[in-house]
Design a protein around this ligand. Structure first.
Ligand code: NAD
Length: 365
């Protein structure tokens, strides 16, 4: 019999709806492990880091936290951000602290249109839409370089500099990643997004690297599109998209647009990968802590559960990943929907419906 695998997972629900959706993701992962016939299981360790931890300790995570996290196979993350901590402090203190220090340089954000979920886009009714945003996740506009100064000159005189960082190596690795991903897809095409007409240094470097790397993939179609035009293309011609590769900020914005087009921010999954596997990768929904609905038990868990499927994929459990995706599709197709996508079901009901669909797929297999 094949060896039983135990995956050690760090769970960091953090703030707001993060707590509800991570609990849902865990339940689904445990359910699929239970159905694996002893092939694998998950060993969970939960970390209480986030804005409540900050209120008590003055930091977003244990100063030794990265050392602790290094020993895990993966991280399941919720969302960070609450009113007691400025957003830039909470984001840099926890989520970006992890993505940057663990060199999780590839952020994969699939845009999935689910059956039974009404898209605001009429075209979605009769067109096959399915693309992935590949986000450079370690430098670009979120490199954290800059500073504020001159406040000593009195009110109204402070200056701030926020620099973007584009390295040839950083551009090349994410662009190659996008091409390799395109080769695994039905439509083998990579769309590169910049704003190189206005940002003439970093983004021109990106464009040049893109053209060079494209030469190694003659079988893959390419296009280079400015980010303003790409936002229009998302809405007007999404059927032309397969893999969209962009810098940290541009991809962050475009992926929210994509998930809103698919019906809700609550549906969007993401994986922060360290492809060399020197550090654990981190899986999380795209959305934030949603303070407007937190604690009510009505948040959509699908973004997190689909992120859990990306984690299974990362562990090489391809069949299981596909089964979780199919269970999500079966659930929405049957009309089980949370409020953000026009239904009345709560977080628990959707989670249980997905687990039930998983069990059904096992008996019908
Ligand atoms: N990755 C992260 O941790 C992350 C990402 C984005 C924002 N944030 C933080 O989250 C906080 C709130 O930010 P925001 O309001 O701009 O974005 P948000 O994603 O939290 O919420 C935007 C809108 O989407 C809805 N929404 C989000 N997730 C949902 C879900 N699972 N189910 C149903 N509806 C959902 C919310 O109710 C809200 O109306 C801020 O502190 C921000 O800094 C964190």
């Amino acid at each position: 019999m094949a060896e039983h695998q135990v995956f050690k997972i760090a769970s960091i629900p953090a703030d707001g709806v993060g707590k509800e959706v991570v609990a849902a993701g865990r339940k689904v992962l445990d359910a699929i492990a239970e159905q694996s016939n002893g092939k694998f299981s998950f060993e969970w360790t939960e970390f209480p880091w986030g804005s409540e931890y900050y209120a008590e300790h003055g930091v977003m995570m244990d100063p030794n936290g990265l050392e602790e996290l290094k020993n895990f196979d993966a991280i399941l993350f919720g969302a960070v951000g609450w009113e007691n901590v400025p957003d830039h402090v909470s984001l840099w203190g926890l989520r970006l602290n992890i993505t940057q220090n663990f060199d999780q340089w590839a952020n994969i954000r699939p845009v999935k249109f689910l059956p039974g979920v009404v898209s605001p886009l009429r075209k979605a009714d009769d067109t096959e839409l399915d693309w992935v945003v590949v986000r450079e996740n370690s430098e670009g506009e979120y490199a954290g370089l800059g500073g504020r100064n001159l406040s000593g000159r009195g009110p109204g005189n402070e200056v701030a500099v926020q620099s973007s960082l584009f390295t040839e190596k950083g551009c090349e690795r994410i662009i190659r990643f996008a091409f390799d991903l395109a080769r695994t897809r039905t439509v083998q095409k990579v769309s590169s997004v910049t704003k190189s007409n206005a940002q003439q240094y970093g983004m021109v470097l990106w464009d040049e690297v893109f053209a060079r790397v494209a030469g190694d993939y003659p079988d893959v179609q390419t296009e280079s599109v400015l980010v303003d035009a790409m936002s229009a293309k998302f809405v007007l011609h999404p059927e032309e998209l397969s893999v969209v590769v962009a810098s940290n900020l541009n991809a962050d914005i475009l992926s929210d647009l994509g998930s809103a087009m698919a019906g809700s921010l609550g549906l969007a999954a993401s994986a922060n990968l360290n492809p060399e596997r020197r550090y654990p990768s981190m899986f999380e929904p795209v959305h934030g802590s949603a303070p407007d609905i937190a604690g009510k038990g009505i948040s959509n868990p699908i973004g997190t559960i689909a992120s859990a499927a990306l984690m299974l994929e990362h562990f090489g459990l391809h069949v299981e990943a596909r089964r979780v995706e199919a269970a999500i599709e079966a659930t929405t197709a049957a009309g089980h929907l949370t409020r953000d996508i026009g239904g009345t079901a709560d977080t628990n009901e959707i989670t249980e419906a997905i687990i039930e669909a998983l069990a059904k797929s096992l008996t019908s297999a």
